[in-house]
Write a protein that binds this ligand. Structure first.
Ligand code: NAP
Ligand code: GCO
Length: 267
């Protein structure tokens, strides 16, 4: 059997990208659309939804957008029915929606910790559970969980986020274990530090015009010596969504400019 570059194409596939109004989700959805997939996305805010619909249209993408909080199990079940009615059975799920709360652990309220776990870890379980029966019936499926450097590393102030993203890596391996024989591949995409609204507070200019200390820290910590752009994630996302990765399962593909390979600059 020869290799065909069309293995990277997604023509005729239905892809649902959660939290894809802007940021990484929007970029992943754009990439999947350029590879041929039909796109469904959701977010929570009506204004974000409207802006996103016009942003997709401006790029020539006919995306279907829906309001839905991914941590609401009943709402997700309804949403999956709507996407199936509008576009057909979902072939590709990208669990992208996520939040972060940067609070020192001993100052963090239980409710804040729980909310991060609910959106970043429980919601991918809810969304995967909602699409897997359709994937089994169709005979194939791709689930991409957006992980993080914090799937592997800790740092001050992000205890809930690290717990959720570490858990998401293991949920990824477990979905692979449980549904691999049904021809479902579940992999993680692990972005490094990417310039999006989520990380904007870490890149804000200082009052004297100098770069934020965290910004300088990340550039020094990254062998590529820069923050990632959403575009850096596009090729890897298409690969994990496509037949080109059909024997890749339970893996986390880190797209981090080398952060995880690097001990840091010598003094
Ligand atoms: P972002 O800029 O804050 O965008 C988050 C998106 O998710 C928005 O579209 C938001 O829209 C939506 N969203 C948030 N909570 C939701 C919920 N409960 N239900 C539905 N939609 C929800 O974040 P990002 O930087 O693009 O990050 C996207 C994913 O990548 C997250 O899982 C994040 O943890 C992960 N990640 C980010 C980085 C990075 O450096 N930026 C690195 C590694 C991993 P609404 O506000 O309208 O809901
Ligand atoms: C932080 C950042 C990170 C990134 C990303 C790293 O405060 O350290 O927000 O957690 O968003 O997840 O891969």
């Amino acid at each position: 059997m020869g290799f065909d570059m069309n293995a990277f194409r997604l023509d005729g596939k239905v892809a649902w990208v959660t939290g894809a109004a802007y940021g990484i989700g929007f970029g992943i959805a754009e990439a999947l659309a350029k590879a041929g997939a039909r796109i469904a996305f959701n977010c929570r805010d009506q204004k974000h939804l409207e802006t996103a619909l016009s942003d997709y249209a401006a790029r020539g993408i006919d995306a279907r957008g829906y309001l839905c909080d991914v941590s609401d199990e009943a709402a997700v079940a309804d949403l999956v029915k709507r996407i199936e009615a509008d576009l057909g059975t979902i072939d590709i799920l990208v669990n992208n929606a996520g939040i972060i709360k940067r609070i020192p652990m001993c100052e963090m309220r239980r409710e804040d910790f729980q909310q991060v776990i609910d959106i970043d870890l429980v919601a991918p379980f809810i969304c995967a559970k909602a699409v897997i029966p359709g994937m089994i019936a169709k005979g194939h499926g791709k689930i991409i969980n957006v992980c993080s450097m914090m799937s592997e590393l800790g740092r001050e102030t992000v205890s809930a986020y690290a717990a959720a993203k570490g858990g998401l890596k293991m949920l990824t391996r477990n979905i692979c274990s449980e549904f691999g024989e049904k021809n479902i591949q579940c992999n993680g995409l692990g972005p490094g530090y990417i310039a999006t609204p989520q990380t904007a507070p870490l890149r804000e200019r200082q009052p004297d015009g100098s770069r934020h200390p965290f910004d300088q820290f990340i550039v020094a910590k990254t062998p590529a010596a820069r923050w990632g752009d959403v575009e850096d994630l596009m090729g890897p996302a298409v690969f994990l969504a496509s037949d080109a990765s059909n024997f890749v399962n339970g893996h986390v593909l880190y797209v981090d400019g080398g952060i995880l390979a690097y001990i840091g600059k010598q003094p």
